[in-house]
Design a protein around this ligand. Sequence first.
Ligand SMILES: *Cc1c(COP(=O)(O)O)cnc(C)c1O
Length: 396
Amino acid sequence: MTHWGHPGWFAYFPSNSSPPSVLGELLSAGLGAQCMSWETSPAATELEQTVMDWYRQLLRLPEGFTGVIQDTASSATLVAFLTAREHAGVDPGRLVAYWSSEAHSSIPKAARIAGIAIAQRRIVPVDRDFAMQPDVLAQMTAADRAQGLVPGIVVATMGTTSSTACDPLRQIGEIAQQAGAWYHIDAAYAGSAAIVPEVRPRLDGVELADSMVTNPHKWLLTNFDCSAYFVRDVNALLQTFSILPEYLRTRHDADSAAVNFRDWGIPLGRRFRALKLWFVLRSYGAEAIRTMIRGHIQLGHDLAGWVDAEPEFERLAPAPLALVCLRHVPPALAGDETALAAHNAALMARVNAGGAVHLTHTTLAGKYAIRVAIGSFRTERRHVAEVWRIIRDAAR
Ligand SMILES: *Cc1c(COP(=O)(O)O)cnc(C)c1O
């Protein structure tokens, strides 16, 4: 078993846990809570409402946004697609969906499940920093509308998986609104960092979104699974997911103050995930979590600086958060992309075989890139210095 919580974990993105989160999970399992409806546990429903509203305030999302916990960002994005499809109210065969070439695989997966055919999917190109090109998006939506098609959903990313690029959310939101499309923001990894005031500008324009997802189970010390899904119009969700057979009726169905989260997503039964997030926020407090995230970002900037200072290494993307994408370029191989890819794949395999740290890779503009994602709960400066030493030793 490779331990995602180990300080030598630099692969994918962090998937953190923390002692309060573990205890919250234990308590939730012990209570055996089943949170499909308000009736059997008002406390579970209302704690979820409370903790989601705290998180909304920490992220400085507009007051009209409401949060609900989903299992994963993939499910939340599927919920967004299904809601957009229902909301559009046209034959799904005419709906078009838009996302960038750097968007996460969960986006095309959601499109596939929601019945958006390949011919109705538009992959918007990115700029040299791997962020979506909004002018091309605008051209695409206009061309589709001219053809009688209906822009159904636009997905932007804050913090792409390959390089943590941040799409220009405001510009994209304005285009989506003009086109009449649902606007969903995938901030699965990076969204949590927006509780830090210096990072919050990267979420600028989020108020134009119809929905947004961010994962406390990545960077917010809450163990898997816990994904925060925020929506502007709860009724759109209810219209998509609410079905009320006789056996689910309660005395409170007519009471709009009683929220039944079964109507806010796909599953009926729901885990009491709010409890562990409540434990985390109450135990650490916002300021301690901000300090941790700031620390990870600082380590990312330190590593980026070390890579830039090393002549035989190249950094392949900006490192705005805590992910650094790099490769080794020995002079003999410079310019030979195929050889460089094989060389760096072998380098990474050697590093991982050592067992002290774990790394994963991606491709950026066709180049093989080794990703070093910092952000495990227990990762300190010495661990980042160590992974950098291990990488250079392996290269040598
Ligand atoms: C991790 C990630 C996802 C998928 O998250 P799950 O919760 O595992 O479904 C989606 N989008 C981005 C940008 C991610 O980083």
